[in-house]
Design a protein. Structure first.
Lengths: 255, 178
């Protein structure tokens, strides 16, 4: 028998050799020092490679795992909305009523869009004069940890990463929004296109319009509560966030 | 007023399937990341592809498609997406430079220097291998059988055996010279 090829030796080493060939190869190896030596060389090269391969750096899993789970949850939420829409439509047909609900037909465009059933928006009594008082008089609002925890819990976030979210007022406090959990939702601070920074820019714009008498307070509140992204597009006459607003900074992220 | 204490981030999965896919992610992410690095992807691109793979896996399982050999499925999907990405974005920095960045843990400075030199030469040869040979070596190191390697890379069983023996032959020659 002629010497064994590297291919035969490797198939033999890896247990991938056809059964009919195994015995012949084993016999040859028993008799041939050269092929045995070559087999050991291949085996050693493979081991060395495996050692180096296994030592390759892999970045920590935590962040990518969180991103994946957030995406999966988002997909699950979409399925949830579809099912709810189907049930609602069927019910309306059955009882012969025109379906007039506030359920959004459009899918959410943010990572964590406010869910209308959890965050329909809530206001407190406030006058236009109070809204338009010097900003420094508003003071900085610190949210009670109990309220923040309740909001995170409502949205299924058990242990939120510091500085990743803004607990956002759907209707901002300086436009008369209350700190009731029904007016609050966790918004990723700088992720996604329609994020907290962009919404902050809209809030400032609406407040300026209210204070200059071009918009009444109730309309501003309603526009924010119903569909803030749609409102942004209307008030800024754009389909996507303006570049300046992507880096807009008003509210501090939740820590 | 109490401040919230910073804790590690922990999202709650909204369904059993999301839990399952996250568990599979924990299991296969590191091996897949290493494999994609051997295909020359940057860490950033590899992470992006891995996210895509597991979202695709989620849809795959949600549609009730076959569950046999999900590890092979994940690698095949990652392999195909990596090739697609590379045709879109040419000329990104290769992740293969990582292959020579690992120091041998041996504390003896002289041995350490020799080991580093050997490592560097092996790494240089490894980088010079054709991509198919590199990919086959990586999948073999991940413990895949030849049939699975063939399936992941869309090549024949004979081609896998050929690529592996050629690649290991070259690495063995370098080792013999050291």
């Amino acid at each position: 028998m002629s010497h064994l090829s590297d291919r035969d030796l490797l198939l033999y080493l890896d247990g991938e050799c056809p059964a009919a060939r195994v015995e012949a190869i084993a016999d040859h190896l028993h008799q041939c020092d050269g092929c045995r030596f070559r087999k050991d060389e291949l085996s050693s090269a493979a081991r060395e490679f495996e050692k180096q391969y296994e030592a390759l750096d892999v970045p920590p899993i935590q962040e990518p795992r969180t991103s994946l789970l957030a995406e999966l949850n988002k997909i699950e939420s979409r399925f949830g909305w579809r099912e709810r829409m189907l049930v609602a439509t069927a019910a309306a047909v059955l009882i012969g009523l025109t379906l007039r609900t506030s359920w959004p037909v459009r899918l959410p465009e943010t990572d964590f869009a406010p869910v209308p059933s959890l965050t329909p928006g809530a206001t407190r009594a406030i006058s236009r004069a109070e809204v338009c008082a010097d900003e420094s008089e508003h003071g900085e609002l610190r949210m009670a940890s109990k309220v923040a925890s309740q909001v995170f819990h409502n949205y299924g976030i058990d242990s939120p990463a510091p500085r990743s979210y803004e607990i956002d007022y759907l209707i901002p406090a300086d436009l008369g929004g209350s700190d009731d959990p029904r007016n609050l939702w966790p918004q990723p601070y700088a992720r996604g296109v329609w994020n907290a920074r962009v919404k902050d820019a809209l809030e400032d714009r609406l407040r300026a319009l209210v204070c200059s008498g071009k918009l009444d307070l109730a309309t501003a509140q309603r526009d924010l509560a119903r569909d803030w992204i749609g409102a942004y597009k209307r008030y800024f006459r754009t389909d996507k966030p303006l570049l300046d607003h992507v880096a807009f900074y008003k509210d501090r992220p939740w820590e | 007023m109490n401040e919230i204490v910073a804790k590690p981030f922990e999202l709650r999965a909204k369904s059993d399937l999301a839990v399952e896919v996250t568990q599979l992610f924990e299991l296969f992410r590191s091996p897949l990341f290493r494999y994609l690095s051997t295909l020359g992807l940057t860490a950033h691109d590899a992470e992006e592809i891995i996210q895509e793979v597991f979202l695709a896996l989620f849809r795959h399982l949600k549609e009730g498609k076959p569950r046999d050999n999900l590890r092979g499925w994940v690698f095949r999907c990652g392999h195909n997406l990596a090739l697609k990405l590379r045709t879109r974005v040419q000329g990104r920095t290769s992740g293969l430079s990582d292959f020579e960045s690992h120091a041998d843990p041996d504390p003896n400075p002289e041995q350490l220097a020799v080991a580093r030199q050997q490592h560097a030469r092996l790494a240089a040869v490894y980088r010079s291998l054709p991509e198919r040979e590199r990919a086959c070596l990586a999948l073999r190191a991940e413990g895949f059988r030849y049939r699975e390697i063939a399936d992941i890379q869309g090549m024949s069983l004979g081609a896998v055996a050929g690529a592996l023996s050629r690649a290991l032959g070259k690495l063995a020659r370098v080792e013999a010279l050291l």
